[in-house]
Design a binder for this molecule. Structure first.
Ligand code: NAI
Ligand code: MG
Length: 486
């Protein structure tokens, strides 16, 4: 049974409101393509109201600004408890709106709860330094919240993205306007309701659904927004970087795409490497920024690996995300499905060898059978562009030195991995590969405790980790003259 949809309006200043224009847009479930809700469509007028509410909530005399830091942490911990209480419902809503396999959505809810608790624990540990300057001064630093933050979310892991960004901003003491992805507004609205139930004061969190060119652009150009945190495409990331410098000077955190290289050396244990490599690119239907979408396999094991990877992909069960036995659900929408199918056609045309999959499954919903391409060359489109779908591209290499240069020959630098039983290989690769996260004999494992972000065009800044709050803080140096020494 489909989960109940309780919230479809905009959430501004603690009120559920229609868009000023009265407009709504349809939201669909990717498992069948049918409309499951009509959601208020915010644009500039609604962003203006939401930013004004967030600005009032950030005033020096506001309840939020006067609140003890420990109390902010307490409210966020209460929020974690509420997410835990409603985890099954939130997972069902996430699965219905995003098409994510339900078992994956359930696992993400438990990661989300851990994330909130980890970050919230930092609320009363934001502290500066005392500094021994030259001269007769008492010098110290204060770390203070930046102000109103615009948080622009993608559709691929909506709950986790909302939680990571909102919780970090609130822990720092900022106020926020969230713009969920147009494909997946529903869980963001449900989470806003939980934040209020947890005790977050009026205006601190606002959610404006809508599209990039409307609500998104208005938020990134707004003069009263001090910072934008964005996860999404590199193309829009660059637009946001430009918008951030147009009126006021906004701080930006950008978490963008990738074309992450995974290296399998001759000495790797194939029983481990084959399933890991498959999961690394097929997980969540390939809709993850860290997908290992360039799989470099050393020549000595190449043929054997391709055969095993093909058999593995064949065995993946594609189907209804709500079924417990389903491994891969649908792509997010018709546009993304068509985009991925087009990449598969291009791969074939440019001479890569399609070993298995690559076809649409069924005629309702947006399902694609996981595809394995062998004999992929570095200059082929499927080896260069982010596909964001279930497409494994296998490339052959001879030496580690050669493959490090090939792995780095991309504008992206988000993640990387290597499977080897030789320590020197692992050390050389982890040292030289240009990526924000590198796995050795593993992939995709980790959590909120580790810093996450990209080199090069994969982004700016880091999220998660002990220092996650820093990008929502300004450092103020206070210099006080001391009485003359005696
Ligand atoms: P997108 O980057 O266009 O959308 C992400 C978010 O940005 C959405 O909330 C959207 O409404 C908003 N947005 C779009 N244009 C904007 C603008 N000019 N100003 C402000 N906000 C704007 O991503 P899209 O179109 O959904 O997917 C395109 C490609 O992006 C995918 O094929 C994939 O390669 C990549 N992508 C990467 C993600 C990641 O996790 N790094 C997540 C989603 C997509
Ligand atoms: Mg787009």
């Amino acid at each position: 049974m489909a989960p109940q949809i309780k919230y479809t309006k905009l959430f501004i200043d603690n009120e559920w409101v229609d868009a000023k224009s009265g407009k709504t847009f349809e939201t669909r479930t990717p498992s069948t393509g049918s409309v499951i809700a009509k959601v208020a469509e915010g644009d500039k007028a609604d962003i203006d109201l939401a930013v004004a509410a967030a600005k009032r909530a950030f005033h020096r005399n506001s309840e939020w600004r006067l609140m003890d830091a420990s109390q902010r942490g307490r409210i966020l911990n209460k929020f974690a408890d509420l997410v835990e209480r409603d985890a099954q419902y939130l997972a069902e809503l996430e699965s219905a709106n995003n098409g994510m396999v339900l078992t994956t959505a359930v696992a993400f809810m438990s990661s989300a709860v851990k994330s909130v608790r980890y970050v919230a624990s930092l609320a009363d540990k934001i502290q500066g330094d005392t500094i021994p300057t030259d001269g007769n001064t008492m010098t110290y630093t204060l770390k203070q919240p930046i102000g109103v933050c615009g948080l622009i979310l993608p559709w691929n892991v909506p709950v986790l993205m909302f939680i990571n960004k909102v919780t970090t901003a609130l822990t720092a003491g900022c106020t926020v306007v969230v713009k969920p992805a147009e494909q997946t507004p529903l869980t963001a609205l449900a989470l806003a309701a939980l934040l209020v139930e947890a005790g977050v004061p009026k205006g601190v969190v606002n959610v404006v659904n809508g599209f990039g060119p409307g609500a998104g652009v208005a938020l990134t150009h707004h003069n009263d927004v001090a910072k934008i945190s964005f996860t999404g495409s590199a193309e829009v990331g660059k637009l946001i970087q430009q918008a951030a410098g147009k009126n006021n000077l906004k701080r930006v955190t950008l978490e963008l795409g990738g074309k992450s290289p995974l290296i399998i050396m001759n000495d790797a244990d194939l029983n481990i490497a084959v399933p890991y490599a498959a999961n690394a690119v097929f997980f969540n239907q390939g809709q993850i920024c860290i997908a290992a979408s360039r799989l470099f396999v050393q020549s000595g094991i190449y043929d054997k690996f391709v055969e095993a990877a093909t058999n593995y992909a064949k065995s993946i069960k594609v189907g209804n995300p709500a079924d417990a036995s389903t491994q891969n659900g649908p792509q997010i929408d018709e546009e993304m499905m068509k985009k991925v199918l087009k990449y598969i056609e291009t791969g074939k045309k440019e001479g890569a060898k399609l070993m298995v999959g690559g076809k649409r499954v069924g005629c309702s919903g947006y399902y694609i059978q996981p595809a394995v391409f062998a004999d992929v060359k570095d200059d082929m489109t499927i080896a260069k562009e982010e596909i964001f779908g279930p497409v494994q591209s296998i490339l052959k290499f001879e030496t580690l030195e050669e493959v490090i240069d090939r792995a780095n020959d991309t504008s992206y630098g988000l993640a990387a991995g290597i499977f080897t039983t030789n320590l020197d290989n692992a050390l050389q690769y982890t040292r030289h590969v240009e990526a924000g996260t590198v796995w050795v004999n593993a992939y995709l494992v980790g959590g909120v405790q580790s810093p996450f972000g990209g080199f090069k065009d994969s982004g700016i800044g880091r999220e998660n980790g002990m220092n996650c709050v820093d990008s929502y803080l300004e450092v103020k140096t206070v210099v006080m003259s001391l009485p003359k020494k005696f």
